[in-house]
Design a binder for this molecule. Structure first.
Ligand SMILES: [Zn+2]
Length: 52
């Protein structure tokens, strides 16, 4: 059985391999529809002082 994985790419150019969200070929971090939520999440990371 082939497991569905995100078709997005990581920063290093490799396959994302994360589990896609329902109805999308992308995971939460790569799905365009999640962009707004992602921005919020990144904001939280920034607020937490996470580097990179
Ligand atoms: Zn992904």
């Amino acid at each position: 059985m082939k497991m569905k994985i995100c078709i997005g790419k990581t920063k290093s150019g490799g396959d994302c391999k994360a589990r896609p969200i329902s109805g999308s070929d992308y995971c939460f971090f790569h799905d365009p529809k999640s962009a707004s939520k992602q921005r919020e999440a990144r904001g939280v990371e920034k607020a937490a002082g996470k580097a990179g």
